[in-house]
Design a binder for this molecule. Structure first.
Ligand code: PMP
Length: 432
C-alpha cells in the first residue's frame, strides 16, 4: 500500500518531494517514538517530524490540552488570548531571569522561515542598514530571504536574482576546516577572519544589519559551533553594535539539553528565532524573541494571518509543564550520553569520519577513506538499511553525507539502545 500511496503522491504533488524519496513509506499512525506505515510496519522514528515532535507523536497531555482548547477558540489573529498569554509565560519561564526581562515576542507566520524573515526585517528596520552576515553551510528556510541567507546551495542555485547584500563567512566546521587549518594551527581563525573583514574599511564588508548564526548547524550536518568561535562573534557584534540573531529553529526547545542551545555557550543574543518544537506536537507556531531596544516596528509593520494558532499555544504551554514534570531536559542529556557510548565503536570504522552532536541532535559523517571525500551514497545506503531494520533516520549535510539522529526528547533508554543497535548494524552492513 505504501507503493500505491507513493505513486499517487508522485502524480499529484510537486516533484520537489524530499523525505519520501529516500524513505519510501506512507505513514498512517504514530505514538510516542513509533510510527506505523499503511502496511502495518512499525518504525522507531528518529526523524521526529524534522525535530518538531519534541515529546513524540500524540503526547496524551498535549492532545488533552489541544482538545480542551479546540472547543473554545482555535484562531485568534494577533488578539491577546488566555492561551497565548499562558504560552508566553511558559516560554519566559524557560529563560534566564536577565533575558526574560529584556525579551519581547513577535509571533510570525506559521513556519521557521517566516520567523527568520521577520528577524532580518526587524534588524534592518532597527539599524537602518541593509546587509546581513550569515555562515557557510547554514540553513534558514525556503522563503526567498531565508533561502538567500542559507549557505547550503542546493535550493537556491537555480534561482536567479537573489536577495542582495548577503555575505557568507566560514563557520567553525573543524572536521573540514574552511580555512584548511589543523588543531595545532587553529586560533579560531574563522572568527578572526570575520573580525578583520568587518574592521577593514578597504573592501571589507559593510557594517551589517545583523549577524545570523545557528549554534548547531542542523541541515548543514549537525555541526556544533566551537565555543570560542561563538564567544568571539558575540564580543565583536556587541562592540560594533550589530544585532546577533541566533536561529534556534532546530536547536531550540530542549533539543541540545538546555532550552536554547546558546545557553551552553555563555552568550545572550539580541534576537532568538524559534519554531519547530515550540508546540511539542507539530502544530505550527513561529516566533522571534528580541531585545526591547529593537522594538522599533510601527503598529501594523509586520503582519500575517496565521499568528494566532491557539491550539499550538495550548500545546506549547502544556509541553513546558511536561518538560518540567518529567525532567525532559535531564533525559536529553542522559540519552545523549547513552548515544555517545553506543556509537563510540564507530570511530574505528574507516568510513566514519566523525560522530558529533549535542543532547539529542546527532550526526554521523561518512567519508571515503582513500581520499577523505564525502561518502554521500554510503550515507543514503545506511539510511535505507536502517529503514529496512525498522529505524527512520535522515540524511543531510553540505555533501549529503551525514546520517542525522533527531529522536523525540522523551525517548526511552530502551528505544535508544534498539535504535543504536539497528544503526550500528546498518553501518556494518553498508560498509562491508
Ligand atoms: N532555521 C533552521 C535552523 C532550520 O533547521 C529550519 C528548518 N529545517 C528553518 C530555519 C526553516 O524552518 P521551516 O521549515 O519551518 O520554515
Amino acid at each position: 500500500r505504501s507503493a500505491e500511496f507513493l505513486a499517487l503522491q508522485q502524480r499529484h504533488e510537486s516533484n520537489a518531494r524530499t523525505y519520501p524519496r529516500r524513505l519510501p513509506i506512507a505513514i498512517e499512525e504514530a505514538s510516542g517514538s513509533f510510527v506505523r506505515d499503511v502496511d502495518g510496519n512499525v518504525f522507531i522514528d528518529f526523524l521526529a517530524g524534522a525535530g518538531v515532535l519534541s515529546l513524540g507523536h500524540n503526547h496524551p497531555d498535549l492532545v488533552a490540552a489541544m482538545t480542551a482548547q479546540l472547543g473554545r477558540l482555535t484562531h485568534g489573529l494577533d488578539f491577546p488570548t488566555p492561551a497565548k498569554e499562558e504560552f508566553i509565560e511558559a516560554q519566559l519561564s524557560m529563560l534566564a531571569p536577565g533575558l526574560r526581562d529584556r525579551m519581547k515576542f513577535h509571533f510570525c507566520g506559521p513556519t521557521g522561515a517566516n520567523a527568520v524573515d521577520a528577524a532580518l526585517k526587524l534588524c534592518k528596520t532597527a539599524t537602518g542598514r541593509g546587509d546581513v552576515i550569515s555562515f557557510q553551510g547554514g540553513f534558514h528556510g525556503s522563503s526567498h530571504a531565508a533561502m538567500a541567507i542559507t549557505g547550503l546551495v542546493s535550493q537556491k542555485q537555480p534561482v536567479p536574482n537573489g536577495v542582495p547584500g548577503i555575505h557568507f563567512f566560514p563557520y567553525s566546521y573543524c572536521a573540514r576546516c574552511p580555512l584548511d587549518l589543523t588543531p595545532d594551527t587553529c586560533t579560531t581563525n574563522c572568527a578572526g577572519y570575520l573580525e578583520r573583514s568587518l574592521r577593514d574599511g578597504n573592501g571589507g564588508v559593510p557594517l551589517p544589519a545583523a549577524v545570523i548564526l545557528e549554534m548547531v548547524q542542523g541541515e548543514g550536518g549537525i555541526i556544533p559551533a566551537r565555543a570560542d568561535f561563538v564567544r568571539r562573534v558575540r564580543e565583536l557584534t556587541l562592540e560594533l553594535g550589530i544585532p546577533l540573531v541566533v536561529d534556534e529553529v532546530q536547536s531550540g526547545c530542549g533539543r541540545t539539553g538546555t532550552w536554547f542551545a546558546f545557553e551552553q555557550y555563555g552568550i545572550e543574543p539580541d534576537v532568538i528565532v524559534a519554531s519547530k518544537a515550540l508546540s511539542g506536537i507539530g502544530t505550527p507556531v513561529a516566533v522571534i524573541l528580541y531585545d526591547r531596544r529593537l522594538d522599533v516596528w510601527a503598529p501594523g509593520a509586520h503582519t500575517g494571518t496565521f499568528r494566532g494558532n491557539q491550539l499550538a499555544f495550548a500545546a506549547g504551554a502544556e509541553a513546558v509543564r511536561v518538560f518540567r514534570r518529567d525532567d525532559v531536559l535531564g533525559n536529553v542529556r542522559q540519552r545523549g550520553e547513552q548515544i555517545t557510548r553506543a556509537l563510540a565503536g564507530l570511530h574505528a570504522d574507516p568510513w566514519v569520519s566523525e560522530v558529533r552532536g549535542r543532547g539529542l541532535m546527532w550526526g554521523i559523517e561518512f567519508a571515503d577513506p582513500t581520499d577523505g571525500g564525502p561518502a554521500g551514497e554510503l550515507a543514503t545506503e545506511v539510511q535505507a538499511r536502517a529503514l529496512r531494520r525498522g529505524l527512520i533516520v535522515e540524511v543531510g549535510g553540505r555533501a549529503d553525507c551525514v546520517v542525522r539522529l533527531m529522536p523525540p526528547l522523551n525517548v526511552t533508554a530502551e528505544v535508544v539502545d534498539t535504535a543504536c543497535a539497528i544503526l550500528v548494524g546498518a553501518i556494518a552492513e553498508a560498509t562491508r
